[in-house]
Design a protein around this ligand. Structure first.
Ligand code: CUA
Length: 307
């Protein structure tokens, strides 16, 4: 693991390095002994006699059982302590800080009690021990952001939990790590770790509805969005669109990317996606509605204002 950025990743990384050091030392010892025996006890030319048959060297036997035994005991202890530190059991009263729900093929991100729901880009504060609740809406997905530590499965009908204490602000990328269908490879994760003040500012701005559309084209797009098929699946706070099957789009234009990192968020890409989703991300649940080009333009223009 490269450059661990959370308490959990750091502990796991160190355990992994200790295993590597021990395994490397063992390998070296075996190679050295093998070479030494090959050279030192080589059969002399023309000597067909059988070598001396020794057996029973108590000191050697104790050493050969004792050293691996001690190593096993140490690693059992270390693995156990690291597991307990990385995944302590939560008290039932402790509410999760964020609920992640895996969907084919995107991530729903819900901040309970904060009226904030977003997708794919997970804003989290640094320096706090966060409890993440993991759910799935369909099949098994697997959360993994290597720099932030261990994986966690998202299992339908079940809740899993992951502790996370991020140490450094920054962007961390990850991906779904359990095959979940046609677009499994395009189920990326972006964690945006922020200082608590920045994070709270982000939370506040996302708890409110986006600015109402400024121009005629955007207003037309809003009406189309609310009255055509879009609102059946997508929600936009402050409008009559309250669908929950697809990603919430209240602040879609404030997210850097669309479709879990596939495309940059801009009017052109939004329009292309609405026009021919299956050519862009085949197997996603976004259907093509065959809107006339003007409608696509208006809806894309509206969505691009939702900062
Ligand atoms: Cu979700 Cu693979």
């Amino acid at each position: 693991m490269e450059d661990p950025a959370s308490f959990q990743a750091d502990r796991i990384n160190r355990l992994f390095n200790h295993f590597n050091i021990a395994a490397g030392a063992m390998l070296l010892l075996v190679i050295v002994l093998t070479l030494w025996f090959v050279i030192r006890y080589r059969r002399p030319e023309g000597d067909d006699s059988e070598g001396s048959q020794n057996e029973g060297n108590r000191r050697l036997e104790i050493l050969m059982i004792g050293v691996p035994g001690l190593l096993l005991a140490w690693f059992f202890y270390e693995t156990f302590t690291v597991s307990a530190a990385v995944m302590p059991s939560a008290s039932p009263q402790r509410p999760p800080d964020v609920i992640i729900t895996g969907h084919q093929f995107w991530w729903e991100v819900d901040y309970p009690g904060k009226q904030v729901i977003t997708a794919n880009e997970v804003h989290l504060p640094v320096g706090r021990q966060l409890l993440m609740e993991m759910r799935s809406a369909d099949v098994i997905h697997d959360w993994w952001v290597p720099q932030l530590g261990n994986k966690m499965d998202l299992i339908p009908g079940n809740k899993n939990y992951l502790w996370l204490t991020i140490r450094k602000a920054g962007n961390y990328v990850g991906a779904c790590s359990e095959f979940c269908g046609a677009q499994h490879a395009w189920m990326r994760i972006r964690v945006i770790a922020q200082d608590p003040a920045d994070f709270n500012r982000w939370l506040d701005s996302n708890a409110t509805a986006a600015m109402p559309p400024g121009d005629d084209l955007a207003r037309e797009g809003k009406v189309l969005f609310e009255t055509r098929s879009c609102a059946g699946c997508h929600g936009i706070k402050g409008t009559s669109a309250i669908g929950t099957a697809g990603p919430d789009l209240t602040h879609v234009a404030s997210r850097g990317t669309l479709l879990t990192g596939m495309l940059a968020t801009n009017e052109q890409n939004l329009g292309d996606w609405i026009d021919h989703p299956q050519r862009i991300k085949e197997g996603a649940y976004m259907p093509a509605f065959r809107f006339p080009p003007d409608s696509v333009k208006a809806i894309a223009h509206y969505l691009a204002q939702l900062k």
